[in-house]
Every structure is written in structure tokens, then in C-alpha cells.
Design a protein around this ligand. Structure first.
Ligand code: ADP
Length: 261
């Protein structure tokens, strides 16, 4: 019953998604067409304005980001989990972020030297990191610091009793902090809802944190958030350590997490 319910919710979400996204997409296409026309006219008059081409590029980049978010949202549940070095994945994503985030945002890492392998899907972890980073970026329009930390952690019986489906044991903690504008209580309570967004129309899909939440649950992990308006936000993501002995290679069958359908 629960999985049927989740399926129905997902179908409803996809319906809303199609409507909202089609609208956003149309706006992006309108911009691409408009600025391309300007560039073509400019070309005929012997002078293309580079600013028009930059607008085309910016719009195309927004379309690409929108598609990434939709794909990450719809692929939340079909993941193969394998033993994975979180620090390594984080290193790769941080390199990417250093190129793509505005220069006023400093991206920093504090990596645990001895973090064990986690049982995870590297694509999903990348999507999770990108979604958290995008929100941190949007919360720091004047710049600031985005800090990724990893450390070994234990979750005990008492903690897990309060969180359905969470097993006591060894985890790796990923901490993502920003010095942005933070969230008020109302935003905090709705943040993980699909389509909830405080951003202006066309800027936010409201899918990012819902995807992050789904990915963490699919990994049998845990996420918590601490935020102070005007000061910043800290996300803590706990991912279960891979069972001892599995070192990733050598023909081990991956653990399969099945979707709700
Ligand atoms: P979107 O980014 O498209 O608005 P998300 O689901 O990713 O959708 O986020 C939902 C909302 O949560 C955002 O609109 C924002 O208000 C809030 N939020 C998420 N992360 C942060 C953050 N690091 N700092 C401030 N607000 C945040």
C-alpha cells in the first residue's frame, strides 16, 4: 500500500512537473530564439553583438540545468549501490564547482583522512552535491563560503529509534555549510516538498531538495538541516558505511534498491 501511495504521489508530482517545466522551458526557448534572431540580424549588418550570443548561451545553460534536475528527480529510486570513496567523488564535484560557481564564492573542503567506503551510487551522490551547492550559491548572491566536510560517524540505537528505517552503526557524515541568507522556520519545514520554492518564477523548480531527500532515503541514510536566517545553513548527510571487506572491484554483485513502482 505504501509503495502504491508513493507511486500515486510520484505520478501526481510528474503531472505538476510537466506543466510547470513546459512553461519554464518555453520561456527559455523564447529567449534563445529572440537573441539568436538578434544575432542573425547583427550578422547580416556585419556586426554581431557578443552580448546577444552570451544571452543565448546563458539560456541554453539554464535549460541544461533544468533537464539535469528533472532527470535527477525522476531517477531517485533506480540506483545501484556500490562501495564508494565519498572523498574521491567529492573531490571531483568540487573541481567542477570551482569552475562553475561565481568567483565570489569560495569552495572549501575538509576531508576525513580515514573515512571508510560508503554504500552509494556515485551519480546520485553527484546530483545530491550539485543540488546542495546550487541552493548554497543562490543563498549567497553577494558571495561567501561553501564548505564540504567528511568524517566518520556512529549512529546509536537511541538516535535511530527516532528515525524510521535507520539502522544503528557506522556512517560517513557529509557536512555541507554555507554562509548564505539561511531559512526561516516555515521554509525549513517545507524545504523537502516537491515543487516548494522561494525563488522567483523560472529560477527554481522546487525539485532540488526533494531529490536530495529521496536520494538519502534510497541510500538508507539520514539528512538533517540547521539554518539561521542571515547567517547560513548546515546540511548533515549520513551515508551507511559499506559492509567490511567489500572493496568495490572483484565481481561483487551490487546491492539493488528497487523503485516504488
Ligand atoms: P529550488 O532550489 O528550485 O527553489 P529546492 O527544492 O532545491 O528548490 O529548494 C527549496 C527551497 O529551500 C529553496 O527555494 C530555498 O528557499 C530553500 N533552501 C534550500 N537550500 C537552502 C540554502 N542552502 N540556503 C537557503 N535556503 C535554502
Amino acid at each position: 500500500l505504501e509503495s502504491q501511495l508513493r507511486h500515486a504521489q510520484k505520478m501526481e508530482a510528474l503531472g505538476t512537473l510537466a506543466g510547470g517545466i513546459a512553461h519554464d522551458f518555453n520561456n527559455i526557448l523564447a529567449a534563445i530564439i529572440g537573441f539568436t534572431e538578434l544575432a542573425v540580424e547583427g550578422h547580416q549588418e556585419g556586426q554581431v553583438n557578443p552580448a546577444d550570443l552570451k544571452q543565448v548561451l546563458r539560456s541554453a545553460e539554464r535549460a541544461r540545468e533544468l533537464v539535469r534536475q528533472i532527470l535527477a528527480f525522476s531517477r531517485q529510486t533506480e540506483a545501484e549501490l556500490r562501495p564508494m570513496d565519498l572523498n574521491k567523488q567529492l573531490g571531483q564535484t568540487v573541481e567542477l564547482l570551482k569552475c562553475t560557481l561565481p568567483k565570489m564564492i569560495s569552495v572549501e573542503t575538509i576531508l576525513s583522512g580515514d573515512a571508510p567506503l560508503v554504500l552509494a551510487n556515485n551519480n546520485q551522490i553527484e546530483q545530491l552535491l550539485l543540488n546542495l551547492a546550487n541552493n548554497a550559491r543562490d543563498a549567497m548572491p553577494e558571495g561567501g563560503r561553501l564548505i564540504f566536510e567528511t568524517e566518520s560517524a556512529m549512529l546509536d540505537d537511541e538516535f535511530c529509534q527516532h528515525h524510521v528505517g535507520l539502522e544503528p552503526g557506522a556512517y560517513v557524515l557529509l557536512k555541507v555549510s554555507d554562509t548564505g541568507h539561511g531559512m526561516d522556520a516555515k521554509t525549513l519545514s517545507r524545504m523537502y516538498d516537491p515543487f516548494f520554492s522561494t525563488k522567483e518564477v523560472g529560477r527554481g523548480t522546487g525539485l532540488g531538495m526533494s531529490t536530495v531527500y529521496g536520494i538519502v532515503k534510497g541510500h538508507r541514510g539520514h539528512i538533517s538541516c540547521y539554518s539561521e536566517p542571515g547567517r547560513g545553513t548546515i546540511f548533515r548527510v549520513y551515508l551507511p558505511v559499506s559492509p567490511a571487506g567489500q572493496e568495490g572491484a572483484s565481481g561483487e554483485l551490487p546491492t539493488q534498491i528497487n523503485g516504488p513502482g
